[in-house]
Design a protein around this ligand. Structure first.
Ligand code: 5RP
Length: 224
């Protein structure tokens, strides 16, 4: 079965956790797309929920499908968030941010009681780092941060959109780094990166995930 179908299988399993009256965090990306579509259909069939979007793209889609999108401030706390990932390891540690929405995704996950990650089977890894780790930086500091990341041997590359700098929803930059060869523990690496002024957030999600749902062929595999 194709990755696209596996994404859909995982998404359809995840939406079973959504019940009437919940406030739901909506992730970003091609896997999250199937989850948002499914929730849209549930809403058309009478489900009553409020939702917080992790990107403009998600917000636009959710609103188009008739989902009641509110702000994080209005929500205060979320019951459940469903989001995708670029890599997930056996300890539920993730690399996220391939789609550039890592900052809002991490904020929403932090404010959510239960976080479900949905992915196709290609995202499961025994060790994080084949996928380049996205780091969100303040444009004022990006070039100097890149120098610092080079000194850390992380081979930083500023993300581009054509010939322009890629910009996040918050109008920040993304620098993708290679963590595969680092021998620094992930928790320490996260700490070191977050200690550099101008780094707003990293795509390392180390402790927020409660449930991983992997689409494997036609089956959804739940890992708790
Ligand atoms: C966006 C993300 C996405 O969840 C991640 O990139 C996975 O995307 P997809 O489901 O399209 O493979 O972190 O910032």
């Amino acid at each position: 079965m194709s990755a696209v179908n596996e994404k859909k299988v995982a998404a359809l399993e995840a939406v079973k956790y959504i019940k009437d009256g919940m406030t739901v965090g909506l992730g970003t990306g091609s896997t999250a797309f199937f989850m948002i579509e499914a929730i849209g259909e549930m809403v058309r069939n009478g489900l009553e929920i409020k939702a917080v979007a992790t990107s403009y793209e998600t917000e636009k889609l959710a609103k188009k499908l008739g989902i009641n999108v509110i702000t994080l401030a209005e929500a205060k706390r979320l019951d459940v968030t469903i989001d995708g990932a670029d890599e997930v390891d056996g300890q539920f540690q993730l690399i996220k941010g391939g789609g550039g929405a890592l900052l809002r995704e991490k904020i929403v996950a932090h404010n959510s009681d239960f976080n479900i990650i949905i992915a196709d089977s290609s995202k499961q890894v025994s060790r994080l780092g084949k996928f380049k780790l996205p780091i969100e930086t303040i444009p004022f500091a990006t070039q100097l941060i890149i120098k610092e990341l080079e000194e850390m041997n992380l081979h930083p590359v500023q993300r581009m959109r054509g010939t322009d700098d890629y910009k996040t929803d918050e109008n920040n930059d993304i620098v993708d780094v290679d963590i595969w060869n680092t021998d620094v523990k992930l928790t320490d690496l996260e700490h070191q990166l977050k200690n550099i002024p101008g780094i707003v957030e990293t795509g390392l999600f180390l402790t927020s995930t409660d449930l991983v749902i992997i689409g494997k062929g036609a089956q959804a595999i739940l890992e708790k």
